[in-house]
Design a protein around this ligand. Structure first.
Ligand code: NAI
Ligand code: MG
Length: 354
């Protein structure tokens, strides 16, 4: 079993260090860690935010644990050398086309949500977002029109692209409450018509999953009105970008939420993937011990579940995190004063009791 660890910039190394303490406590037999440089750190050492050596390390591993990249001192660099290029490069080079973002209310933290407490408590959903297609990757450009300069981006999805993300989403729904909502805009977009028809076709392979469809504008409204109705959501790159951020705001702090990016490659233990907190490098608090490492610890839990087939260890980490939050171990982002290291200590101590 091999995990590649790319801690990156800003608070990336701080939160990743705590996740690694949790991993150490689990004492998994036969585990090897490979540590590589990404982001601004990699640019300074190797002249590139995603060095070949790092990419090879990822390919040799069963999973990648990623911190965060981004550093304002790199603002003047050309786009292809900026730190953020590391995460985009890893996603495309490793064929990671499915982004999974769970969002669930934590008991006792309802006051942090942008929603009413009783509504916040009801959230327990997973957004499955397609990551390699849609309007982000279509033909784009600028031309001169009667109205002056005009920018254009083309949106497209083919059946193969929709089918593979659909399978990922149905499988994820099977492991949850067996309900899947596909979000599109099939009343207006051709892309969405193909999307919907393909989803319906794939659904035949998963008769146990209850499927429904929702237009994206309605889905955005329903997410704030009654998020408890959702179990698993599958959607394209653009809609998923927006809805997954919206779902996380429903839960509370950005320091609590994890994500997985999965591809088709199977390892001996599960599906190869890259796991990271949803937050960035937070330069405003870097180096001050103020970063909440919960999202990094929960990213590790997702890694153990999806890539290493260690459901029990994953669930133990999740229970430990719930436990310390119930005990009121809060960092600054949750209105408390616990430092990054103290939150890590608390998770490790709780883990021993579970
Ligand atoms: P950010 O997520 O880094 O920070 C937003 C706000 O949330 C800041 O006030 C920060 O202090 C706070 N915050 C974030 N994580 C936290 C944690 N674990 N504990 C407590 N507070 C936390 O987003 P921002 O400021 O827009 O971006 C900063 C840099 O990160 C940029 O260079 C950006 O490009 C990069 N970024 C990288 C990502 C990645 O590596 N996947 C994702 C998002 C942004
Ligand atoms: Mg986003």
């Amino acid at each position: 079993m091999k995990i590649a660890v790319f801690a990156g910039d800003g608070i990336g190394p701080e939160v990743t260090a705590q996740a690694l303490r949790v991993l150490d406590e689990l004492a998994l037999p036969g585990l090897t860690l490979l540590e590589g440089d990404v982001g601004a750190v990699a640019y300074r050492r190797h002249g590139h935010p995603l060095p070949q050596e790092t990419l090879q390390m990822a390919c040799a591993a069963d999973a990648v644990l990623f911190g965060a990249v981004g550093d304002f001192t790199c603002d003047d660099l050309p786009r292809d050398l900026r730190p953020e290029q590391a995460i985009l490069g890893l996603r495309s080079e490793l064929g990671l086309f499915a982004n999974l973002r769970p969002a669930a209310g934590f008991p006792g933290l309802e006051h942090l949500s942008s929603l009413k407490p009783e509504v916040a408590r009801s959230i327990d959903l997973l957004v499955v977002r397609e990551l390699n297609g849609d309007v982000y990757f279509g033909d784009k450009g600028e031309r001169v029109s009667d109205g002056g300069r005009e920018g254009w981006d083309s949106m497209s999805y083919n059946e193969a692209e929709v089918s593979r993300i659909a399978h990922t989403a149905f499988r994820a729904a099977m492991g949850r409450n067996k309900r899947l909502t596909s979000v599109d805009k099939a009343n207006v977009l051709e892309t969405s018509r193909i999307w919907r028809e393909t989803i319906i076709e794939v659904a035949k392979d998963y008769p146990e999953v209850e499927l429904d469809h929702m237009y994206v504008d309605n889905a955005a409204m329903q997410l704030v009105k009654s998020p408890g109705q959702f179990d698993t959501i599958v959607t394209g790159n653009l809609f998923g970008d927006i809805l997954s951020d919206q779902a996380s705001a429903c839960v509370g702090s950005i320091g609590l939420l994890a994500s997985a990016s999965l591809g088709e490659r199977q390892t001996d233990y599960g599906t190869f993937g890259l796991y990271e907190p949803i937050h960035g490098s937070a330069p405003d608090i870097a180096g001050e011990g103020k970063a909440n490492p919960v999202a990094a610890a929960l990213s590790l839990a997702m890694l153990l579940r999806h890539s290493l087939g260690r459901e029990e260890d994953a669930a133990r980490i999740e229970r430990a995190v719930e436990g310390i939050l119930a005990d009121g171990v809060f960092g600054g982002d949750l209105g408390g004063s616990a430092s990054t290291g103290e939150i890590g200590d608390a998770i490790v101590r709780k883990l021993v009791t579970i």
